[in-house]
Design a protein around this ligand. Structure first.
Ligand SMILES: *Cc1c(COP(=O)(O)O)cnc(C)c1O
Length: 463
């Protein structure tokens, strides 16, 4: 019983990482990540579909490179993400840009540059369609159109991107105007895109298949691709369910093949999983710094050296993540995945930010809900699972002057590679500018108004 069950990372591997890197840090399991992608790659082979990694889930350079090496294409959420992917070595022709930004004049210059090399722009509004028509030229610059699906589903209301209170995509009532714009400007709409949300119900995803094919049939005569977005449910906790991707994809392919036959049009499927690919390949490794309580009528708290600043998902969504406690020499003493014959306590797990919401045990209303588990001791290593997606990417560094924590890759041969260094205090504040009349600030080391050695030290570190 030495396994952290969601992945291949063993507690001895965590222990090994601890001898090189102080907590807190993220630990990513390369083997598990590659295996997950390889499973998806099977679909690519069998069904001629394109899998795009939704890079907003985790956009670390090394992670992008692994996805690239495994043959995935990419879904970028902003022009900055496109540039980030290109800087990681990914060719623009492997990227689809699906963004809420309507390109400005200067963005259009960059977009045109990337589109000349094959970047596909997904027009998500009438404004975007108008702007992109200034640079897109028929077949040389194929476009996608993101259509508001009119039906949505997400793990929380904030991640449902298909209902009427979410503004993503061109609304069905605006499609005639969009079609007019497309014809007038001689645009080539190669793909139709629908995305219902993150962690949504598989049955609702299925409904988008027919919806998308209807759109292709009625409005987008040149389209050859149906992109149904991502958002596939992934279980992080025991008792949660993972979407049956095989079943969903074969359902979609069946409907598409039938449509292709009847309409004599060759349509291909694209999907864009983010969390599904990387959520469970990442861990947040922290240390228990203290145990506290709010008395006999209150809670018992486990205080960690990282919390909402490194994993904001519980605060944002009320998400549950699995916990593992490792004592010295890599002994796993608790895991949410194992039934122990031991004394359990209801414990609230909290981070170090000055906010009651800095907790890893919250419900969807932001209330602390203790989890029943074995009580750790100060100094124990506390590992939070399911932290590969939307953790580092959404980290709240800067709040309480928390610094971005390092990202460590556990390689296939079980060696460790730091793929992002810890942020320094200097990096956090280097763009701030002092009041010009603020006298006490020393201009150089000799002017230090505190002659203290410690002060000099800190001053040198941050300037
Ligand atoms: C966020 C997003 C995805 C990925 O969602 P996951 O829940 O990580 O799978 C895919 N496509 C689009 C357009 C998105 O905005």
């Amino acid at each position: 019983m030495n396994l952290l069950p969601q992945g291949y990372v063993r507690s001895t591997d965590v222990q090994n990482a601890l001898s090189f890197f102080p907590t807190p840090f993220y630990l990513y399991d390369e083997q598990l990540l590659r295996n997950t992608i390889k499973q998806l790659a099977q679909f690519i082979k069998n069904h001629l579909i394109q899998v795009r990694y939704a890079m907003k889930a985790n956009s670390n350079k090394a992670i992008l490179q692994i996805a690239d090496q495994e043959g995935l294409h990419f879904d970028a959420s902003s022009l900055e993400e496109v540039q980030r992917a290109v800087l990681a070595g990914i060719h623009p022709s492997r990227i689809l840009l699906t963004s809420q930004q309507t390109p400005t004049q200067s963005a259009l210059v960059k977009l045109k540059f990337f589109m000349n090399q094959g970047l596909i722009f997904n027009a998500c509004s009438l404004g975007q369609l108008r702007q992109i028509s200034l640079v897109a030229k028929d077949k040389q610059h194929p476009l996608f159109c993101r259509i508001h699906p009119g039906l949505g589903s997400g793990e929380s209301p904030t991640r449902d991107t298909g209902s009427f209170y979410s503004c993503f995509g061109i609304h069905s009532e605006d499609i005639p105007t969009a079609v007019e714009l497309i014809h007038k400007n001689n645009l080539y709409v190669k793909g139709v895109h629908l995305h219902i949300g993150s962690g949504g119900e598989p049955e609702i995803w299925k409904d988008t298949v027919l919806k998308g094919l209807d759109l292709i049939k009625n409005y987008f005569q040149q389209a050859v691709i149906l992109n149904l977005g991502g958002g596939f449910k992934i279980a992080r906790m025991p008792g949660e369910t993972t979407a049956n991707l095989k079943e969903l994809i074969s359902y979609a392919c069946q409907k598409i093949t039938l449509f292709s036959k009847i309409s004599k049009r060759d349509i291909h499927l694209e999907i864009e999983p983010g969390a599904f690919i990387i959520a469970n390949a990442g861990y947040l490794v922290t240390t228990v710094i203290e145990l506290k309580s709010t008395g006999s009528k209150g809670f018992r708290f486990v205080l960690l050296n990282a919390g909402m600043d490194a994993n904001p998902r519980p605060l944002l969504y009320g998400s549950q993540h699995p916990f593992y406690i490792i004592r010295e020499r890599g002994i796993l003493i608790y895991s949410d995945y194992h039934k122990y014959k031991s004394t359990f306590h209801p414990l609230a797990v909290v981070g170090k930010c000055c906010e009651t919401g800095d907790s890893q045990t919250l419900d969807q209303l932001g209330r602390v809900v203790p989890r029943t588990m074995i009580s750790p001791e100060a100094g124990d290593t506390f590992v939070i699972g399911g932290c590969g997606a939307y953790c580092s990417a959404m980290a709240m560094s800067g709040y309480n002057t928390s610094l971005e924590i390092p990202e460590i890759l556990l390689r296939k041969n079980r060696s460790l590679l730091c793929i992002r260094k810890p942020q320094s205090l200097k990096q956090l504040i280097e763009n701030e500018i002092s009041l010009p009349e603020f006298k006490p600030e020393p201009k150089n080391k000799d002017e230090l108004w505190l002659k203290d050695e410690l002060y000099k030290n800190i001053y040198e570190q941050v300037s």
